[in-house]
Structure formats: structure tokens, C-alpha cells
Design a protein around this ligand. Structure first.
Ligand SMILES: NC(=O)c1ccc[n+]([C@@H]2O[C@H](COP(=O)([O-])OP(=O)(O)OC[C@H]3O[C@@H](n4cnc5c(N)ncnc54)[C@H](O)[C@@H]3O)[C@@H](O)[C@H]2O)c1
Length: 417
């Protein structure tokens, strides 16, 4: 069957095939699921609509869902994160793809094109697909079995919809699976921000890095920055998270004070206007700004343009803003997810975990389709445990197991004397 598509250039497919092939070799957990899916076809006859960053790893997920018997229509979850060669390779493989890098003005039309395929399951990253289905394609909702949400901001949006009685499908919060959030958000984003900054070949040692927010993404960014010798300052609004940052050994300051010392500022809060005009005005010369949160609302690009007097593109994804006094600030990736825009997203080994959760969650949705209500569910812990077990096996790492006596002891409330 020929695929329907809207992409940049189909001739880029050979490069994309190689890219997906390389990612696949680093995603052994998902490969094992794929081999089982090939035999059992748990997704047979289903159409899956997905709004995900169109990266090489998403290509491997697409192949896994296909192996399970599903058809797939895919669009990008960010206008700047699509890898055009991967999009082309997926079209060659028969997937329906509506995504190209810099599709800003067509972003929502691409989502609607995916919904035109009348999907049974929605796999989302940021909740735009599920929200558009609720707002503009309401008739589809009756036949949709459920949704799966990849990221914190998307899960937060969907929980708000549920609180307002506006969520009309069951949704599984893939993001909240331990094996996703504690690895993808933490280690993926942690390494991602360092790689994005290192693309500029800038030294971390001795610099002061401001990390805004202290959720899992920021834990990774803070530890990796400290590991490279930077002094890390955390900003927070939640007292528990702030206390955690203090006890992890970081200085915690309000943003207004923190920016005075900053050499680099990384945001990952899921909140808007975290770094704004008054902060830019008080920064020193040469500060690098990078947002790692889902939407491009954390670092106010509008304010940056207002308070500076000149903007110059000095690298593929680096803009230099010069102020009237000669001070310069540098913004990565136009304020969009810097790790995805600058270096193509998390390492494949990390996405092996996240997309294994997505694949097994699709199977879980099908198996439980008659029981699920219109609310946001967490991924059953057994799925996380199974994925962690297989991942360790593929890494050839053995762990201990409980003896019968130990198991009996744990279950019996006995205490030693
Ligand atoms: N870049 C990536 O590859 C990637 C990967 C996973 C998640 N994300 C996105 O990153 C963001 C953070 O994810 P998380 O899982 O760490 O979220 P989280 O909600 O667990 O943590 C965010 C933290 O930011 C704090 N915060 C909120 N508003 C703030 C403000 N104005 N100032 C200071 N702190 C504030 C919150 O109190 C919270 O502790 C989300 O938007 C998520 O979707 C990005």
C-alpha cells in the first residue's frame, strides 16, 4: 500500500535508513519486544496516530508497532525536531508521515492529517494530538481506544483536562513509568544539555550554571554540569524540591539573584516566563541560554528581542543577541528543546527504555480496552520492571534474587533479635 505523506524530500531516505539502522543496534530491549510482536501481532488491525519527535529512535518504534500489526500515521511534536532523512526513510517503509523540519506554520495541519487516518490509539508527546482530537475532531473520540503520553508537560495538560471533566478517552501516562521518567528525563536530558552546549565547544569547568526547576530533567542537568566542574545554582518554586536541591549540595537562589552570576542558564520547569526581560538585562556578557522544557515558553524570546538591539545567527541553531552597551547573550535552538534541536535528542540507549514503555503500553491498552475509564492512568509497575530486567540482560549485568527464605521473611513481618 502506498503511504500518504508530506515531508521535505523523499530522496533523503538512504541517509535516514542508515540512521534508523544505527539507532536500532543500540535499542536491544525494543528489539526483543519487536521480535515477540512479529510472532504474536498484538496490535493487528489497529491504526496508531502518533505525534512524536521524528528522530531515528522514533523510526525504530514505528517499525516495532508495525511488527505488532499496526498501521501508523506520524507527525512531529515540535517544528524544529524532525530529522528529514528519517521522515523520508519512514515514508519509503510505507508509513504515513506528515513532518518536516521548520514546519512551524503547518504544525497543526500535520496533526490534523494524522487524525484523518482515524486512529484507534493516539501516542502523543506534549498532548497536542490529544487536545486537537478533543477540540476539532470530537466524533473521532468515540472510536479511540486510548492515548499514551510521553512527557511531563503532556501528562500535566491531560490531568488538568480530566479535572475539568474534559478528557473523553483513557490515557496512560508513559512519562510517569519509573523506567521512563527516571532515565529519559534524568540521564537523557542531563547528557543532552551537555552535548548541546559542547557543540559550541565551551568549557563547563569553573563556570556557573543556573538550572531552573529541580525535577528529573534538572537533576540530570545539575549532576552532569557539576561533573564537568561547573558551579550549579538551582531555582525552584516548590519548597520540597528546593530542599532536595540544597541537600544535594547545590546553592538555591531566586532567579533574579542567580542570573547575576550566570555563565549558562538551563530551564526545564514546564512553566512560562522563567527567564524574562529583567533577567536578561542583569546578565553578564556571554551568557548561554538553553531551554530543555517541552514548550518554547520558558525563556522569553520576545523579551530577549525587545531588550537587545541586534540579533545575528552565528551557528545553525545559535542566535547572538547584542545589547546597546555591547553585551552579548546566546540563545540555543530558538528557545525550543535544545537537546532535540541541536543534537537530535536523547541517545538511542535511553530511548530504548522510553519506547519500550510505549510499545508495551499500546499492548496493555488493547488488552484492557474494556476496563479503562476516561482518566489518566499510570503504567503498571510490572511493565517497568520487565523492561529494566531485559535492559540489564542486554547489558549482560546480573543481579541477585531473593532466596525462598528471604522472600518468606519479607512477607512475614518477623524482626531479628
Ligand atoms: N528535553 C527533553 O528531552 C525532555 C525530556 C523529558 C521531559 N522534558 C520536559 O521538561 C520539563 C520538565 O520535566 P520534569 O519531568 O523534570 O518535570 P517536573 O514537573 O517533575 O519538574 C519541574 C520542576 O520545575 C519547578 N518549577 C515550575 N515552575 C517553576 C518556575 N517558574 N521557576 C522555578 N521552578 C519552577 C517545579 O516546581 C518542578 O519541581 C517538562 O516540560 C517536560 O515535558 C524534556
Amino acid at each position: 500500500m502506498t503511504s500518504k505523506y508530506q515531508i521535505k524530500n523523499i530522496d533523503l531516505s538512504p541517509k535516514g535508513e542508515n540512521s534508523i539502522y544505527l539507532a536500532e543496534s543500540r535499542m536491544p530491549t525494543l528489539a526483543r519486544i519487536r521480535r515477540r510482536f512479529e510472532k504474536e501481532k498484538p496490535l493487528k488491525g489497529l491504526t496508531i496516530g502518533a505525534c512524536l519527535h521524528v528522530t531515528r529512535e522514533t523510526g525504530v518504534l514505528a517499525q516495532t508497532l508495525k511488527a505488532g500489526g499496526a498501521k501508523l500515521a506520524l507527525c512531529g511534536s515540535n517544528p524544529l525536531s524532525t530529522q528529514d532523512d528519517v521522515a523520508a526513510a519512514l515514508v519509503k517503509e510505507g508509513f504515513n508521515v506528515y513532518a518536516w523540519n521548520r514546519n512551524d506554520s503547518e504544525y497543526y495541519n500535520c496533526i490534523k492529517s494524522v487524525l484523518d487516518h482515524k486512529p484507534d490509539i493516539l501516542i502523543d508527546d506534549g498532548a497536542d494530538l490529544i487536545v486537537i482530537a478533543h477540540k476539532e475532531k470530537k466524533t473521532l473520540l468515540e472510536s479511540i481506544l486510548g492515548g499514551q503520553e510521553e512527557t511531563t508537560t503532556g501528562v500535566n495538560r491531560l490531568r488538568v483536562m480530566h479535572e475539568r471533566n474534559a478528557l473523553n478517552i483513557p490515557v496512560i501516562a508513559v512519562n510517569d513509568a519509573i523506567v521512563k521518567k527516571m532515565f529519559d528525563n534524568r540521564y537523557g536530558t542531563g547528557q543532552g544539555v551537555v552535548s548541546a552546549i559542547k557543540a559550541l565547544n565551551i568549557l563547563f569547568a569553573g563556570k556557573t550554571v543556573i538550572v531552573a526547576g529541580y525535577g528529573p530533567c534538572s537533576w540530570g542537568m545539575a549532576t552532569r554540569s557539576r561533573g564537568l566542574g561547573a558551579n550549579v545554582i538551582v531555582t525552584e518554586v516548590n519548597p520540597i524540591r528546593a530542599l532536595e536541591a540544597v541537600m544535594d549540595g547545590y546553592r538555591v537562589l531566586p532567579m533574579e539573584k542567580a542570573v547575576l552570576e550566570a555563565d549558562m542558564v538551563f530551564t526545564s520547569t514546564g512553566c512560562k516566563d522563567v527567564v524574562v526581560g529583567k533577567h536578561f538585562k542583569n546578565m553578564k556578557d556571554g551568557v548561554i541560554l538553553a531551554n530543555l522544557g517541552h514548550f518554547n515558553i520558558e525563556i522569553s524570546v520576545k523579551d530577549l528581542e525587545d531588550v537587545s538591539s541586534k540579533k545575528k545567527r552565528i551557528g545553525e541553531y545559535v542566535d547572538e543577541y547584542t545589547f546597546s552597551n555591547g553585551k552579548r547573550l546566546y540563545l540555543l535552538g530558538e528557545g525550543r528543546l535544545a537537546n532535540l534541536v541541536v543534537i537530535g535528542g536523547h541517545p538511542s540507549e535511553i530511548m530504548d527504555l522510553s519506547f519500550s514503555v510505549q510499545a508495551l503500553t499500546a499492548e496493555f491498552l488493547i488488552k484492557n480496552r474494556d476496563k479503562l475509564e476516561h482518566k489518566v492512568y499510570t503504567v503498571p509497575n510490572e511493565i517497568s520492571e520487565e523492561i529494566a530486567k531485559v535492559k540489564l540482560e542486554t547489558m549482560k549485568i546480573n543481579i541477585d534474587s531473593l532466596t525462598e527464605e528471604q522472600e518468606a521473611y519479607i512477607k512475614s513481618f518477623e524482626i531479628g533479635t
